[in-house]
Design a protein around this ligand. Structure first.
Ligand SMILES: [Zn+2]
Length: 161
C-alpha cells in the first residue's frame, strides 16, 4: 500500500493567492484564456472566478513565471508592455538598450526586468517613465525625421518582438 499523500492539483510550487489568501489549483488555461493552443498551465485561485487571480507556469514545468495577478494587475502589465515595446518598435533604441533602461527604472538587474513579474506600483512606474521617454523621442524625432526617414522606415518594417 502506498501511504504517500497526494492532493490532486497541488504541487510543491503552488503559490497562495495574495488577494484572498486561498490555495491555488494547478490546471490548464483552457476555459480561462480565450484560446490555449500551447496548452499553457496555470495556478488559479481556488475562489476563481470570484477571485480572478492566476499565474501561468514556465513552459513544460509546474514552476510559476512570477507572482499571482488579478485582472487589474494583468491589465496594467499589458499596458506597460505595449507602451514599453514602442521604445524599440518605433526605432527609438535597440531592444537590448530598452531592457537596460527598464532595469535601471526598476532598480533591478536586467535578468529580473520582466514586465510579466511587475507589481501594480512597478507597472505604474514603468508606464509613467515610458510615457516620458516616448514624449522625448517623439519630439526629438520631429527634428531628425527628414534626413533619416528612409532608414527609419526600413528599421521599423524589420522590427519585431
Ligand atoms: Zn484569490
Amino acid at each position: 500500500m502506498n501511504h504517500k499523500k497526494k492532493r490532486k492539483g497541488v504541487t510543491n510550487y503552488a503559490p497562495r493567492c495574495p488577494y484572498c489568501g486561498s490555495t491555488t489549483v494547478y490546471r490548464s488555461a483552457t476555459g480561462i484564456y480565450a484560446e490555449n493552443p500551447d496548452d499553457v498551465m496555470l495556478y488559479v485561485c481556488k475562489n476563481y472566478p470570484a477571485c480572478d487571480a492566476y499565474i501561468r507556469t514556465q513552459k513544460g514545468t509546474a514552476i510559476p513565471i512570477g507572482e499571482m495577478a488579478n485582472g487589474k494587475l494583468r491589465a496594467l502589465r499589458t499596458d506597460a508592455h505595449r507602451l514599453f515595446n514602442q521604445l524599440y518598435l518605433k526605432g527609438y533604441m535597440p531592444k537590448q538598450t530598452a531592457y537596460g533602461w527598464l532595469s535601471s527604472v526598476l532598480g533591478v538587474s536586467q535578468d529580473k526586468a520582466h514586465i510579466a513579474q511587475l507589481s501594480e506600483l512597478q507597472c505604474e512606474l514603468v508606464i509613467r517613465e515610458t510615457k516620458k521617454q516616448l514624449a522625448f523621442y517623439d519630439t526629438h524625432k520631429k527634428t531628425t525625421k527628414r534626413r533619416s526617414e528612409n532608414h527609419d522606415t526600413d528599421a521599423r518594417a524589420n522590427a519585431n518582438c
